[in-house]
Design a binder for this molecule. Sequence first.
Ligand SMILES: Cc1ncc(COP(=O)(O)O)c(C=O)c1O
Length: 388
Amino acid sequence: MNFKKKIPFNRPFIVGRELYYISQAVAGGHLSGDGPFTRRCQKWLEENFRLRKVLLTHSCTAALEMAALLCNIGPGDEVVMPAYTFVSTANAFVLRGARIRFIDIRPDTLNLDERQLEEVIRAAPRGAVKAVVPVHYAGVACAMAEIREIADYFRIRVIEDAAQAVNATYKDSFLGSLGDLAAYSFHETKNFISGEGGALVINDPELIERAEIIREKGTDRNKFFRGEVDKYSWVDLGSSYLPSELVAAFLFAQLEAAERITRTRMKIFNRYLAAFAPLAERGLVSLPVIPADCQHNAHMFYLLVNTGAERDRLLAHLKAAGIHAVFHYVPLHLSRMGQRHGAGAAQSEPGSLPHTEALSSRVLRLPCYFELTEADQERVIAAVADFF
Ligand SMILES: Cc1ncc(COP(=O)(O)O)c(C=O)c1O
């Protein structure tokens, strides 16, 4: 029997002013979307991450769905993305009737392999690929310069899935500022949280007006509030993608504390990195790789063990020690929906994306959250060391 307290994989947290700001929102009498706290969050993100335009959404999933609408993705279109990602990356485009052309990942960063991008686009019917979605896994940037160059050559959109990458940079630019569009997540498992939450970043100025319309149920309500039209009406496709002020108030407190949150997470990440270096030297695990031009945000700490069977044994070992570690993702190209909506028959065969399949079976994510104490982290480190 283990009487030690359990260490969760994640624990949502507050840093200080969340409840105070929520009470201010209540006192202010504006609880629906696009009130003062939504504006403060958007301005904060635009100024601090040097972004053209930010619209808060109720999730990253919602922001990706808006991106698919904005890019006019429809039946007959294809969208390129890694199969090693969360389902929302693909779902947003499948909802519009597109097929997904999955691409393998790089074995070092587990990000989309830009060296295969041109060939993957050329394998699709001419002109079918309309967008590529780089997913910045674990807050480490994809090779955006190379991706942008290929996308420009084929005249396709770049939509960053920056769910995990808020406050990370690539060549000194913040992730989210490099695509035509980008999607952030403020889900409770992310670095800055509001329970559920997200944002759409619009870097192409030509898409801003329509993004506002899509987010407001297909109406030009924002223009009406700015006094640009004398009534608002239904002018385009849309849905309700804006969060309530309660959510924005919570998020604003987190954004104000972004530096402190990041510093704390970096400490946790670096402590793991140093502790497992000896295991890596003995070839027992591989550690996250951060390319020189990337500054990550300590979103996630993962280990790559040598086999899938060993990963499962290590998970069970940690569970027995009261430690909740997790794995992900079931490769999308082999999932039921991936098989149905993937493009290119060869992709549905096991073995078609070898790095995705091998690495997803070997990855193990350790507890990494703002309130993880040094003592609890030492317990995690000791339990991993004990396993090996
Ligand atoms: C890569 C990626 N994309 C999209 C999402 C979806 O984010 P949300 O839960 O905010 O919709 C996640 C969430 O885990 C993610 O990791």
